[in-house]
Design a protein around this ligand. Structure first.
Ligand SMILES: [Zn+2]
Length: 286
């Protein structure tokens, strides 16, 4: 999405911004201040699209940012959607352009903030390094996992050790490296951390190259479906044989999210071990 928006929007100035059927609250805050701002760039951190803006009265460059998050069903379009339109933004330019933000289930976000002011976006403020950024290193990833009592999949979904891994990509990356989603993050071996670091990058790069995964609503800005769905090995394939070992894939719920595993390739952690760790009493006699 970022790659499509960058050549289309960079350098354009907003003529009008209109909330259509947008829910009240901070997710659509500030849009009345958008007209007159010029889009300086289209950047991304994790699952947040961030467009630095220069306002009409700005003397010091970028003074605001437009933040877009698709939530579960958000779609950014060049043409009017058949329904569930939340925001419409008109831009100047030789060829006039209008951007439409459609969101069926209303988990998305389309917010104008002062540059760098993420107080209304706690997830963005606590985001780890982006998975496709060189700042995402094995060493940093290892430290983030080693210091966590949380199971590896919910920790990935928190976006704190690395930004950009959603539910589908967490399942795919963990299956590729044979790590069960419930394994406490700190119990992964050094080799498993190295493998998972690589698998996260690989899965996301492969998906971006195929324009993402369209399960239901997702479309590219030009209205096409993302075709990574055909490459999914485990997500949505419960009841089918594992491509690696033939064992029937299973679906479980981890942290309220549908989670897909091969019970043979991804051995579940032993309960005894986690219980003992949870009940260990720290010594106060030292
Ligand atoms: Zn398997």
């Amino acid at each position: 999405m970022r790659r499509e928006l960058e050549p289309w929007l960079t350098g354009r100035t907003v003529l009008a911004a209109e909330r259509v059927d947008a829910p009240p609250g901070p997710k659509y805050a500030g849009l009345e201040g958008l007209p007159g701002h010029r889009i300086e760039a289209v950047t991304r951190r994790g699952k947040f699209l961030i467009m630095p803006l220069r306002g009409p009265a700005s003397t010091a460059g970028v003074d605001a940012e437009l933040i877009v998050h698709l939530g579960m069903t958000g779609v950014v379009r060049r043409t009017p959607p058949p329904g569930h339109l939340r925001v419409r933004v008109a831009f100047d330019g030789l060829e006039p352009a209008t951007l439409y933000f459609q969101d069926v289930r209303r988990f998305g976000r389309f917010t104008l903030v002062s540059a760098g002011d993420y107080r209304s976006l706690p997830t963005l403020a606590s985001l780890g390094p982006d998975a496709l950024d060189p700042a995402f290193t094995v060493g940093g990833f290892r430290r983030a996992l080693a210091g966590s009592e949380v199971a590896i999949k919910p920790l990935l979904l928190s976006q704190r050790p690395v930004a950009g891994v959603g539910n589908i990509y967490a399942d795919e990356a963990l299956w590729r490296v044979g790590v069960h989603p419930l394994r406490p993050a700190r119990t992964l071996s050094r080799a498993q951390v190295v493998a998972l670091h690589g698998a996260v990058i690989d899965v996301l790069e492969e998906s971006v190259a195929l324009q993402g995964t369209t399960l239901y609503d997702y479309r590219t800005v030009n209205g096409e479906v993302g075709s990574f769905l055909e490459r999914l090995a485990v997500y949505g394939h419960d009841g089918e044989p594992c491509a690696r070992c033939g064992t029937t894939l299973e679906k479980l719920v981890v942290g309220q999210r549908g989670t897909h595993v091969c019970p043979r390739c991804q051995v579940a952690p032993r309960r005894r071990r986690t219980r003992r760790a949870a009940t260990r009493v720290p010594s106060r006699t030292r």
